[in-house]
Ligand binder design. Sequence first.
Ligand code: FMN
Length: 379
Amino acid sequence: MKFASISDFRPRAQRRLPKFAFDYLDGGAGTEAGIRRNLQAFDDLQLKPRMLVNIEHRDLATTFFGRKWAAPFGTAPIGMGNLLWPRAEEAIARACVAAGIPYTLSTPATTSLERMAEIAGANGWFQLYVGRSEEMVADLVVRAERAGYDVMLVTVDVPVPPRRLRDIKNEFTMKFRFTPRVIYELVTHPLWSLQTLMAGMPKSVNMERYAPATGALPVARYMSSQVTGRFDWNNLKQLRERWRRKLVVKGLLTAEDALRARDLGCDGVVVSNHGGRQLASLPATIDVLPEIRAAVGPSFPLILDSGIRSGEHIVKALAAGADFVLIGRAMMYAVAALGRAGPKVAIELLTAEMMNCLGQIGYTDIASLKAAAPVLRRR
Ligand SMILES: Cc1cc2nc3c(=O)[nH]c(=O)nc-3n(C[C@H](O)[C@H](O)[C@H](O)COP(=O)(O)O)c2cc1C
C-alpha cells in the first residue's frame, strides 16, 4: 500500500503493536479532548495564498541555533521509543542525520545518551527531565555535556504524573507486569514480540544506573519516585548556570512564562502541551503561539509541537510565529507501521507536503513565509 499521508500510518501501527504499546503512543490525558483540540486547531487555521509568484525553485533550508538545517523540523523526545518498534530510536536518529534535521533523545529513552551522541552527532539534541534526585540531574547534565550535545530541552510540563485513562486501564505503568492480558497481546502480535525479544526488552538505560538496586522492580520504583513537583524558576536558574550551551524550556503555553524564561537567559522555548498527554483542558499550541510571539519579540527562538501531522501543519506553525517544529506521534506512527524504514518515509512525506503547500500559497523559502506570516483566523 502507498502511504499518502501520516494518517495512513496510524491504523497499520495499531494492528502491529500490542494494545498497551499502541495506547501508550496514541493516548492522551483524561477525555483526550486535548489531542482532538490540537488537531482541530490546525485544521481551523487557514493560509492566505498569493498567486502569480514564480515558485519554481523552493527551498526548506533554515538556519536555527547557529546552524543550517535542511528543513525547519526535527523529532520530539519520546520516552521508551524502542517499545514502539525495536531499535526505533536508532533508526529515527539515523534518518534525521541523513535528512539533515535534528533528533531529540528523551531522558527515559531506551538508548543511552552516549550511544545516541555517536549516532546523531551534531544533529542530536538532549531532553532532560528534572527528577527528585539532584545527583542524578547533575550527573545527566555532565554526561550530556561530555557526550557533546549542544542543545538541551528541559521539559517542565510534567509537575505531576498525568492521568492517561488508557494506560491506567491497561495497567501500563512504570511497574509494568506480565499479566495474562499482556501475555495475550504479546502472543497475538508475534512480529513485534519476536523482534522486541531479539533486540532485548527496552529499558530506561539513562536512568536505571541511578537506582539503588538493579532489577526491573527497584528500577521502576526509583523512576516513579523521581517525578517531583518541586522544580521551579529558581531551579531553572540554577540549571541555566550549570549548562552553558543552548538551553530550551519545553512545555510553556503562556506569554508570561515564555517572557520569564527568556529573561532568565534561556535560549528558546518549546510551546507545547505535551501532545495532549498531561491534561485535556490545555489550549492548543497553535492558538496561543501568536500572543507568545508578540510578547517575546521577533528574534527569540520559538519551537512548537503538539498536533503536527502534516507538512501543511508545519507551514501553518511557521506562518503563525514558530521558528521550528517538533514531530511527536507522526514519526512514531510511521516507525510502528513500517519498522526501521518508516522514519525516512515520514520525513520525505512531510517534506513533500511542505514543498507543495509553499508552492500553493506562493512562497519559495522559509524566511519569506515567516516574514509575511500569511495566516487567516476564523472568528
Ligand atoms: C509516546 C510518547 C512519549 C513521550 N515522551 C516524552 C518524553 O520522554 N519527554 C518529553 O519531553 N516529551 C515526551 N513526549 C511529548 C513529545 O515530546 C511531544 O511534546 C508531543 O508528542 C507532541 O505532540 P504530537 O505527538 O501531537 O506531535 C512524548 C510523547 C509521546 C507520544
